[in-house]
Design a protein around this ligand. Sequence first.
Ligand code: IMP
Length: 186
Amino acid sequence: MSEREPRADGVARILIDEEVIRLRTAELARELDAEYGDDIPLLVGVLNGAIAFMTDLMRAMQIPLEVDFMAVSSYGAATQSSGVVRILKDLNEDIEGRRVIVVEDIVDSGLTLQYLLDVLERRNPKDLRVVALLKKEKPDAVDVHVDLVGFTIPDEFVIGYGLDYAGKYRNLPYVAVLDPKVYAGE
Ligand code: IMP
């Protein structure tokens, strides 16, 4: 894992390496397997950020499950949430009476998740839980419930393992802190 790879240009430091992500994902998968037992949950991946986590998590789970995706507006090329969330792609599945697990990459201000849960709750799922790979330590975040968190991280802008800055860095296999020089003057 070399930081000299072209894709790693802009990485300040690696925060969570591939192996640590893999082990934690396996733990989360075991918890979900135990929780859902005979039911068939619908995993809802939130595009684009959750792509890596979603595909690894679902393959680590051993119970039967189904998947669907939603896409919501991201920050664009900014590192701060605007608080305005738009649905860019809705679910294909009807979730009424289903057991739904929202799979998120990161909870920062919590605004995106709060909005999503509000939208999904109104569709009357049997239950609705959230698993997020990352949650930032942010005292002023909105109080939104996350059932399972992979890692709590400091309030820094991170990239990799699905997470982007201005569309790039999603293909880094680890979670890293973005070099502030990349967005200086934003
Ligand atoms: P929130 O609404 O502030 O909680 O932000 C949620 C969304 O913003 C996430 O699903 C990510 O797509 C994006 N986001 C938040 N923090 C970061 C970060 O540090 N790096 C990359 N994307 C982020």
